[in-house]
Write a protein that binds this ligand. Structure first.
Ligand SMILES: Nc1nc2c(c(=O)[nH]1)N[C@H]1C(S)=C(S)[C@@H](COP(=O)(O)O)O[C@H]1N2
Ligand SMILES: [Mo]
Length: 433
């Protein structure tokens, strides 16, 4: 028997159950293993059981041996799960660029290291950890310089946090430009970050009590830098060297980055080489020409650090096809200001909302998964989710955001409710309007 036959059998069973090809999670299993065995029985009557119980080729001989050493890779059948550059804003160069996380394929809250989104202002530098240094200077009692070996001797902490680029969703405010959730929301990832609290390192230098801001700068070709309030640095900021238990990938800041939980991704300075303490912000390019938000009346807002509560349905989502019958709506919710308290889902274009089930662990400033069993009856519908966080903040609609900000063109900080339309034929499409 061909080793692929098993796969085909599952496909046949799924077709019989009328499950959409792209909805590949629980509903099938629930049907297969609980009450509604009848539907499966119909398949079995066609000889599927006997066929399924035939000894497959993979049973008949040894599999591939373990090489001397290797770094394991995903199955070759998962080659479609990839980070992707944007489909909407095509760059003529790719030094200042970004790639997006395939959220539609992310089955837990942690983004695998090879799929963490990327945003570089001037490419990925190649930095040897033996040569890398972090300096802390400015308004300190004693400037200090750390090698990577020095940093790794400090007591470390490991914490789960999401990271989101403030530009996430900027192409899709008022009309649908992006097709998939990877393209609409994929400047978002979540990892377990390991490193040293910034407060520990600042203690080594001795903070001048008048210092209220620090400049953080990277060692890359953009020398990307931001001014960050000392209060936040002393509160929960980390200098991290690892994500998901291994040293950072080059594209995510190897060997060292700043990590500022819950704030816009651009303050998490990669390839961190210095922290300079001062008593006011520096008003750098990245806080004047960039990363500012237009407001009504022609003013621009600086330092909009918080990533406010947001959520999105990842399944069904843009580019998928659904078929009539039971399915489970799934998605992610997150808040830079706390934890997720609840997620509501509408399946009638916002007329009514139902509370989804949150899947634990529900952690502070971390992705939280939600699910809601649903049955699609074949009528065209619009589905969306809205998050409520531990501060009582409710994810707004784009119309709500427009009342307090000027939404003109590709602006930052889009945390609006995001709808998907399901057409009569079951096609799922970006429905932002
Ligand atoms: N040194 C440096 N740090 C940087 C950047 C950069 O280009 N250079 N990009 C910033 C931006 S805009 C974001 S959203 C995050 C992206 O981090 P990631 O590439 O690990 O996802 O890093 C931030 N830190
Ligand atoms: Mo960003």
């Amino acid at each position: 028997m061909d080793p692929n036959d098993g796969r085909r059998l599952v496909d046949a069973a799924r077709r019989e159950l009328q499950l959409g090809g792209s909805i590949t999670h629980d509903p099938a299993r629930r049907k297969l293993f609980s009450g509604a065995v009848a539907a499966v029985g119909a398949v079995a009557a066609g000889g599927a059981t006997a066929q399924a119980l035939e000894v497959p080729a993979s049973n008949r001989g040894p599999g591939r041996p373990i090489p001397e050493d290797e770094y394991g890779q995903p199955s070759r059948y998962e080659a479609h799960v990839k980070r992707r550059r944007t489909d909407v804003l095509k760059n003529r160069q790719n030094f200042s660029d970004w790639s997006m996380t395939p959220l539609q394929h992310q089955l837990g809250i942690v983004t695998p290291n090879g799929l963490i989104y990327e945003r570089h202002h001037n490419g990925v530098p190649d930095i040897s950890p033996d040569e890398h240094r972090l300096a802390i200077h400015g308004m300190v009692k004693q400037p200090v310089v750390f090698t990577m070996a020095d940093l790794m001797r400090f007591p470390s902490v490991s914490r789960f946090y999401f990271m989101e680029c403030s530009g996430n969703g900027l192409t899709d405010w008022l009309k649908p430009a992006s097709k998939t959730v990877q393209q609409t929301h994929g400047l978002l990832s979540c990892a377990q970050w390991t490193g040293v609290p910034v407060s520990t390192l600042l203690d080594e230098a001795g903070v001048d009590p008048r210092a209220s801001w620090a400049l953080a700068e990277g060692a890359d070709g953009s020398a990307h830098a931001r001014s960050i309030p000392m209060k936040k640095l002393l509160d929960d900021a980390l200098v991290v060297y690892a994500s998901n238990s291994e040293m950072l990938r080059p594209e995510n800041g190897y060997p060292l980055r700043l990590f500022i939980p819950g704030w816009e991704g651009n303050v998490c300075i990669k390839w961190l080489r210095r922290l300079k303490l001062g008593d006011q912000p520096w008003h750098l390019r990245s806080e004047t020409a960039r990363y500012t938000d237009p407001m009504p009346g022609g003013k621009w807002r600086q330092f909009s650090f918080d990533m406010e509560a947001k959520s999105v349905i990842t399944s069904p989502s843009g580019g998928m096809n659904v078929t009539r019958g039971p399915l489970e709506i799934q998605g992610f919710a997150w808040s830079g200001n706390g934890s997720i308290r609840a997620v509501d889902v509408t399946t009638d274009g916002g007329r009514t909302w139902q509370e989804a089930r949150l899947e634990g662990p529900v952690m502070d400033k971390c992705l939280t998964r939600f699910r809601l069993p649903w049955r699609w009856d074949g009528a065209p519908v619009s589905i969306a989710s809205r998050a409520l966080d531990s501060t009582g903040y409710v994810q707004p609609t784009v119309a709500d955001i427009q009342k307090v900000r000027a939404i003109t063109g590709f602006v930052q900080h889009h945390n609006g409710i995001f709808p998907w339309d399901i057409s009569e034929s079951g096609e799922v499409r970006n429905a932002i309007a």
